[in-house]
Design a protein around this ligand. Structure first.
Ligand code: HPA
Ligand code: ZN
Length: 334
């Protein structure tokens, strides 16, 4: 079987994708038109041409600006549905997307509208496409812990449930310790906990996300190699790392795909997964990421199957669903 064929057949689980990061420029223009909002660019091509980043912040500035077109329940439904259509094409079987309510609430969007639109699309995909899901709300680490707590309370009081809490946005200077109370509260309320760490921030942020925030998975985590003691611990505990190769190249976390540590991370036994992060901005969806790393790093069939396995095991799907997905993986690799 060719790598291409194997990758197409693998039952994929995506654990690190920001729904706002799936906003393709054409869709942004459509939402802008129907909501009567002006965008700084005059066409989708011009918007895409502006996607040249030097670091995480240079990306976030553009990403938050484009988010201004998202206003209604229907916008969030359409955005999520479009992502799910891409996911079906990539044989994604389970997904745990992030959304950033604070980005939209400052513009007057009601929390209930966004979560309802997203859930409607996710529930429909379960029925229509057989894709299961868990929904993770991220709080923005460059805003205060009080604002994060207020957002969490809003989410917990809403009729539409979420499954987990995450931590994203500007990493350096906003350490995990800032959000201990928020994550304690989320854990007590029964939510799963994840956090972006070790993307631009130091390895100590990875350690602290686990120890101080109770993070069950680490989003990115690619800088763990700077602390060999931490690497040993992540291997022993089988801590899932949601690595995003295209994102790491686009935001200059690594110099090129060929220089990406993903293969070494797999070979030392880290529970690495491959994800798209913000596919509309970084050059491709999960299948594109799999194909590109397989090529750039010369991954074997075993590596590819391991990536898919790690994502199933590291997901928050219930045991019955994990068993189904593992059976699909076995079949795909036979
Ligand atoms: N890192 C931090 N915040 C984000 C990212 C990311 O990769 N994508 C969207 N928000
Ligand atoms: Zn991310």
């Amino acid at each position: 079987m060719s790598h291409e064929e194997l990758i197409a057949r693998l039952p994929k689980v995506e654990l690190h994708v920001h729904l706002e990061g799936t906003l393709e420029p054409e869709m942004a223009f459509e939402f802008a038109r129907r909501n009567g909002i002006a965008l700084p660019q005059s066409s989708a091509e011009e918007m895409r041409a502006a996607y040249r980043f030097t670091d995480l912040q240079s990306f976030l500035d553009i990403y938050y600006e484009a988010c201004s077109v998202l206003r209604t329940e229907q916008d969030f439904y359409d955005l999520t549905r479009a992502y799910l259509e891409r996911a079906v094409a990539d044989n994604v079987r389970h997904v745990e997307p992030f959304f950033d309510p604070q980005t939209h609430m400052v513009r007057g969007v009601a929390y209930h509208d966004m979560v309802s639109g997203i859930r409607r699309a996710l529930d429909e995909a379960r029925e229509r496409d057989g894709i299961s899901s868990k929904l993770i709300m991220c709080v923005l680490r460059d805003l205060s812990d009080d604002e994060a707590m207020a957002t969490l309370r809003t989410a917990l009081l809403d009729a539409v449930p979420i499954d987990g809490i995450g931590l994203d946005s500007t990493e350096v200077g906003n350490p995990p310790s800032k959000f201990i109370a928020v994550f304690d509260f989320a854990g007590a309320a029964g939510l799963h906990r994840v956090a972006h760490a070790g993307e631009e921030g130091p390895a100590s942020y990875i350690r602290d996300s686990i120890d101080l925030l109770g993070a069950e998975r680490v989003d990115h985590g690619v800088r763990c190699g700077e602390d060999p003691g931490l690497v040993g611990r992540l291997i022993r505990d089988k801590t899932c790392l949601t690595v995003c190769p295209f994102s790491n190249v686009a935001l200059k976390v690594v110099a090129s795909l060929e220089d990406h540590p993903l293969r070494e991370m797999l070979d030392v036994g880290l529970a690495v997964t491959v994800n798209s992060d913000d596919p509309a901005y970084f050059g491709g969806y999960i299948g594109d990421n799999y194909r590109a790393v397989a090529e750039a790093l010369g991954l074997t069939e075993d590596h590819l199957a391991e990536l898919a396995f790690n994502a199933i095991v590291g997901s928050f799907a219930d045991d019955e669903r994990k068993t189904e997905l593992l059976a699909e993986l076995k079949k795909a690799t036979e």
